[in-house]
Design a protein. Sequence first.
Length: 301
Amino acid sequence: MRVLISGCGYVGCALAELLVQEGHEVFGLRRNPRDLPPGVRPVAADFTDADSLQRGLPERLDYVFHTASPGISGKSTAEERERAYRDAYVLGPSNLISALRSRGQEPRRLLLTSSTGVYAQSGGEWVDETSTTEPSGTGRYLLEGEEVLLGSPFPAVALRLAGIYGPGRTGALDRARRYPLSGEPESTPRYTNRIHRDDCAGALRHLMLLDRPDPLYLGADHEPSTPDSIALWLAENHPEAREEESPETRASGRASGRSSERSDRVTNKRCSNARLVGSGYTFIYPTFREGFASLLAATAG
């Protein structure tokens, strides 16, 4: 099969590597296509530039993925964040669809990586593909991008991914190293959801080959978890990976630890992967335990 991966970055490269190993002809599209996995054919194009995309689009594509991310930093302004999300999730898919139509192509399926950021639930409730979506801020561009994709003339699937971690993305593990433990359960558990990069790639490959997929899936591992539960697991199973707490941290740190864990999380929900699992996908890293253990093993010694 001839496969295009637009926005071929962290997840896209893992997917590309997987598909190349299976014998597919894979094209990786990004502005600077250097450092793509071996065997991936580079496409130097900008999906926010319709003319650039028209010129660079390969012919006779069977499957098209759009796996772009906003690519913003903590120093980005609100205006820059808005533009980055709009470009990645709305303008990119729109330009791809227009280019495919104008070139007379008829891919078997388009696939988009969206985000569980479309959910604003804050009471620790379970959410799935049928749950209410009322995102605030940049989350509205995720939904708009899904609508663009699913409203196109081509068969399409959107995969809403939870927080992605893996090689080179160890933020959640690093926070668990520092998280203060008191032995007391949280009075109000605050759940986080995640998925390993390799399961992002595996799920996308699975949905590409599935005979009759649903238009929407939620991509998260089996176990929504709290900062407490992750830090406790780390302390019990990998104490060498914990950062030593100072007396000052032990005295006042739990409140500040919770504050730092929650400062960038305005939602509190548990994401169900039942539809994805029911479609036949088997997770490589079913929970954070297997995933974080693999990261620790990779850095050991």
